[in-house]
Design a protein around this ligand. Structure first.
Ligand code: ZN
Length: 161
């Protein structure tokens, strides 16, 4: 059933869920975004700091509790976002959503995000994987950063502070 590639992907996801990157508080954040996935109970708080021009993500931290897919996806998203331009991050978020919805091939994704494509085999878990990415999208929009996307949150509850 499982190919060596599947196994490698599972290891990447497992490793991120056990030891999440960018987990913890961020005192001087520009925006705090709370996100909740009612389907699974995943609940995260995402904090983002932008450069003065609000064009680049300086730091990202998240806290909260979720299933291993949610935690791994939050870790991967947060790690990728740091140092990224807002525009490029929004594009990556949109690509990630397209992949999760089966509209794009996982190879369009950068870095460890590609490993999350295996979640597509479990439709009820797709929202677990999408949660942090949608939270980042809403956070960037709330912060007034350039390049915010559309408003389709696909059943997520996200709230800006
Ligand atoms: Zn979940």
């Amino acid at each position: 059933m499982s190919s060596p590639l599947d196994t490698m992907y599972k290891e990447i996801v497992l490793e991120h869920s056990k030891d999440p990157r960018c987990f913890g508080p961020l005192e001087d954040a520009d925006v705090t975004q709370k996100a909740f996935n009612p389907l699974c109970g995943d609940r995260i708080e995402l904090r983002v700091k932008l450069d003065p021009a609000r064009e680049r993500i300086v730091a990202t931290r998240f806290e909260g509790q979720g299933c291993s897919i949610c935690m791994a996806s939050s870790s991967i998203m947060a790690e990728e976002s740091e140092g990224e331009s807002v525009r490029a991050m929004n594009e990556q978020i949109e690509r990630f959503r397209q992949v999760m919805q089966g509209k794009e091939d996982p190879s369009v994704l950068d870095g460890d995000a590609e490993a999350l494509a295996g979640v597509r085999a479990f439709p009820v878990r797709i929202k677990c994987a999408l949660l942090a990415w949608m939270a980042m999208k809403d956070a960037l929009k709330a912060a007034g950063a350039e390049g915010a996307g559309d408003d389709d949150r696909a059943g997520f509850v996200t709230q800006t502070e």
